[in-house]
Design a protein around this ligand. Sequence first.
Ligand code: GAR
Length: 192
Amino acid sequence: MKRIAIFASGSGSNAEAIWQSIERGVLEAECVLLVTDQPEAKVLERAERYGITSFSFIPKSYASKADFEEEILVLLTSLRVDYIVLAGYMRLIGEVLLSAYPSRILNIHPSLLPHFPGKDAIGQALAANVSVSGVTVHYVDAGMDTGPIIAQESVEIEECDRTEATSRIQAVEHRLYPRVLQQVLNQQEVFK
Ligand code: GAR
């Protein structure tokens, strides 16, 4: 069974959707670590509820991104992590992790990329008055939400306020991410 580590910075609703899918047996994977750059993040409470080991760190207390990524990599290696799954991790992945996990880092983003990359994609879509936005799952590269797209699903947000747009988009995220993750794990199994 493939071993994953989830990286998150915030609430962790996507992380929880993945843990639920694993518990229900619809996602065949083992989550062996949660990594967060926000020691106060709500995702830590959720991890505890699911019995997931977590590692929190304060980026500013390291001299560089390479330094904290090296420390994370030691952990990932010791836990034999196969895939890194970003779930609201609001930080660019650096060279240390990218070269250790080529095509083995996934991200979810709340827009139809390449539209509205970066922070507050839902707010950006609402401000642009688009009637349809959506969700993208993609492989991670050095850019901001720029890696090869694996799956997308559109979501109608016409006449939605922020609360409604967010709840529609998150509902799709929670369904899509575990499913796409399973597909990626299956495919890479076949090609191995
Ligand atoms: C999700 O909507 C995710 O797509 C987004 O952060 C939110 C995290 O929510 N990620 C990005 O914007 C990445 N650029 P969650 O903590 O409840 O899963």
